[in-house]
Design a protein. Sequence first.
Length: 230
Amino acid sequence: MTHSYPQLFTVFRQAALTGLFATLSIAASAQVATVTGLESLEAFVKNTKSGRAAFTQVVTSPARDGQAPKVKTSSGSFEFLRPNRFKFVYKKPFEQSIVSDGQTLWLHDVDLNQVTARKLSQVLGGTPAAVIAAAADLKTLQADFTLVPRPDKDGLEWVEATPKTKDGQVQNILVGFKESGKGSELAVLEILDSFGQRSVMRFSQFEVNPALGAATFQFKPPAGADLIRQ
C-alpha cells in the first residue's frame, strides 16, 4: 500500500530522499493600520518563541492531460520551539508526522510503519519550517529568503518569502496575517512548489508561547518500523 503525502510532508520527504528540505501569532505594533506583513513576520520571529495550533491544508495539483486539477485535504496539529524544534502531526486522511528534535528530521508514516531520518542541517534551508521555527531574527531569515511585503488582500497582511536556493522544492511562500485580540495572528500559509502544486494551510486555535520543553519534540521510531537513515 502506498500513500499520497500532504504537500508539506512531501517537501520534507523529498528532502530526505534527494538532499533537499511558511507564521503563527505575533505581538502587533501599536499602530495596527500601518503594520505590513514583513513587520508582522519580524515581530513574530522576535517575540514568539514557542507556539501551538491546529491546521487544515488543501493541496491543488495543476491540471494535466485535459484532466481537472486534483484537490486533496488534510488536517492536524502543529507545535514549535525555537530554535529548530517543530512537529507537524497529520491526523486525516492518513496519520503522518514530521518531527525535528533540533538535530534530526524524522518523517513517520503510521500506516506504512516507515520512518525516514536525516540531519536537519541538510534539509531545513529554504523550506516553510525554516520561516516558522528556525530563525531567531529577521536578518537570519534574509540569509535564506528574499522577503517582500505584499498588498493587503482579503483583510490580511501578506509577506512573500522566496528561497534564495534555486534547486529546492519550494518556489515561494506567502504568509497572511489577521488582527485579533492577541495582536497579529497567522491566518493563511500558501506554498507553491517546483511541481506547480499549491498548498493552502489555515491555522486556528493558536497558543502564543505555551510551555513546551525539548522532550515534546523527541522522537523514537516505533518497534518494528522500517527505518531509513539518509
